[in-house]
Design a protein around this ligand. Structure first.
Ligand code: ATP
Ligand code: MG
Length: 565
């Protein structure tokens, strides 16, 4: 694996490409493409494909096209086209002027279909979809030939032309390749090339009422664009025979090589557009960009960075066999990137008020804090300290058990960058008994966080001055599914039964350091001890800040590595 995150080398695909370059195949050129269907938003699996296709183009000074495989008018929408372009750009890749649509090739594809008919390699079939399925046979039994298979070339030309002219109803006829109904590969048993679908297309409108099938379109679009290496996921392995057959049987400009790689599967995650659409449509999440979603727009809103995602794609590498990647590795990649770049600030998510009784009323100390210990250039800032502060409710226990070293009655702790404080009194709600306030004293000699007499404390707490605090809503996220493999077949259940009801927790009235008063969407930071956070791009507004927790500080991945798992 290389250091440069967007130029992968050293995998089986780059080995093929390097061998091709050495043999001067394709005149020494490398041309790839990323070919999404605009029928949903991109997810983390697509990110792997994007990094691969654009990455190898970059490594070998080649080109990578963005091509929309838009052959299914009923499921596609410009909303998806726009979102996909935004996501690819955000990931850091540029298709320059090489933006293409399969629908731009409809006329050429039609000509290729006519070529097949003229050479007796395609025919119009009047069987309906069910009949075609019944004729197909099984893995152990050959298929049956359609009674319409031996139509003359003239009749096929006439019928196909009339299909295009809109003379026949949806589903009444199809164009099929004439290959072999006994072929061991079921895909090769006279596959459908065109179907009638009287539907408006988001780009070609009502110009067409016949639409080419994916397998016919994909290889020819690759060829028209001069693609050299057509990289796709393993489920297309069986389709490769058809990919090659089509290119071998028309006058194709060139014959790209299809190479399959394993798709990305992630634990605690579903990566299938069909399922993600259901989550959105059925209201299990607030939308495609819900920060719990494994979509690129969802994780962007959650605060993941393109650098982290590219590093992740680099780390998982490329294989020829399917496997499941631990989502902890993704979280690790985010943490690793943010650790270098995120300023540290203090934020109290579940505030408990503390009054420091021996601190003069009205006085404010401006204490010096380090912005990022990982980045010496990040500098320092001043944090105001005053008589009333907030600490985290969890950082106090009235009857602390043995291993709890934080604040308790009579105990002394350090307030980060500030002073040592000792808890002298606990104030409770008379009715509920809930702790509502603490009284403390501070030691002025410990300013900055160290005692001149060398005495030690066992805990350092974060805090925010009450008078200076900025209020915010903070949204904590966890994994959307609480089962490692939500797709696993379980009797009577679907992946939706494993949605984690605790994946979103909304905290209101959180208290943040005043330096965060004017931060805007796109801002990210670490709340000390709590994790990495970012300003929500949809719901945050000046005066009504909303932060998302991107990831906690707990590194599950490093722990797993240590255990040697
Ligand atoms: P899904 O299976 O989620 O419905 P798809 O494969 O239908 O996705 P496309 O828009 O056709 O989605 O995908 C565009 C490209 O992204 C294809 O080349 C596809 O192979 C690749 N791709 C899709 N999912 C993954 C994945 N999980 N890992 C790697 N590549 C993927
Ligand atoms: Mg697909």
């Amino acid at each position: 694996m290389t250091e440069n995150t967007t130029t992968p080398t050293g995998n089986f695909i780059t080995a093929i490409i390097e061998a091709d370059l050495a043999a001067n195949k394709n005149d020494g050129k490398v041309a790839t493409r990323f070919p999404p269907e605009p029928n949903g938003y991109l997810h983390l699996g697509h990110a792997k494909s994007i990094c691969l296709n654009f990455g190898v183009a970059r490594t070998y000074s080649g080109t990578c096209n963005l091509r929309f495989d838009d052959t299914n008018p009923t499921k596609e929408d410009v909303e998806y086209v726009d979102a996909i372009m935004e996501d690819v750009r955000w990931l850091g890749f540029d298709w320059e002027e090489r933006l293409h649509y399969a629908s731009d090739y409809f006329e050429q594809l039609y000509e290729f279909a006519l070529q097949l008919i003229r050479s007796g390699k395609a025919y119009v079939d009047d069987l309906n979809a069910d009949e075609i399925r019944e004729h197909r046979g099984t893995l152990t039994e050959p298929g049956k030939e359609s009674p319409w298979r031996e139509r003359s070339i003239e009749e096929n030309m006439d019928l196909f032309t009339r299909m295009r002219a809109g003379e026949f109803e949806d589903g009444s006829r199809v164009l099929r390749a004439k290959i072999d109904m006994a072929h061991p590969n079921l895909i090769m048993r006279d596959p459908t090339l065109y179907r009638i679908r009287k539907a408006s297309h988001h780009r070609t409108g009502d110009k067409w009422c016949i639409y080419p099938m994916y397998d016919f379109t994909h290889c020819l679009s690759d060829s028209i664009e001069g693609i050299t290496h057509s990289l796709c996921t393993l489920e297309f392995e069986n389709n490769r025979a058809l990919y090659d057959w089509v290119l071998d049987n028309v006058e194709a400009p060139c014959h790209p090589q299809q190479i399959e790689f394993a798709r990305l599967n992630l634990s605690y995650t579903v990566l299938s557009k069909r399922k993600l659409i259901q989550l959105v449509d059925e209201g299990h999440v607030s939308g495609w960009d819900d920060p719990r979603m494994p979509t690129i727009c969802g994780i962007r809103r959650r605060g993941f960075t393109p650098e982290a995602l590219r590093n992740f794609c680099d780390r998982i590498g490329l294989a020829k066999r399917d496997s499941v990647v631990d989502v902890a590795l993704l979280e690790f990649s985010v943490r690793e990137d943010l650790n270098k770049r995120a300023p540290r600030v203090m934020g109290v998510l579940r505030p408990l008020k503390v009054v420091i009784e021996n601190y003069p009323e009205g006085q404010v100390d401006e204490l010096e804090a380090i912005n990022n210990p990982e980045d010496p250039d990040a500098g320092k800032r001043k944090v105001p300290f005053s008589r009333e502060i907030y600490i985290e409710r969890d950082d106090f226990m009235e009857n602390p058990p043995k291993k709890f070293f934080r604040l308790g009655p009579g105990r002394e702790v350090r307030l980060r960058y500030a002073f040592f404080v000792t808890c002298t009194d606990v104030i409770k709600d008379e009715k509920t008994g809930e702790v509502v306030e603490l009284r403390c004293t501070y030691d002025p000699a410990t300013r900055g966080g160290d005692a001149p007499d060398g005495r030690k404390v066992k805990a350092t707490l974060h805090w925010v001055s009450a008078a200076h605090a900025v209020e915010a809503e903070v949204r904590l996220y966890d994994r959307l599914f609480d089962k490692p493999n939500p797709d696993e077949k379980v009797e009577g259940k679907t992946y939706k039964d494993f949605i984690n009801p605790e994946a979103l927790e909304i905290l209101k009235g959180c208290k943040l350091e005043p330096c965060l008063a004017h931060v805007e969407p796109g801002y990210f930071c670490q709340f000390e001890r709590l994790g990495y956070f970012c300003v929500d791009s949809r719901d945050s507004a000046p005066g009504a800040l909303v932060f998302n927790r991107t990831v906690t500080l707990r590194d599950a991945w490093a722990k797993l590595q240590k255990k040697g798992k």
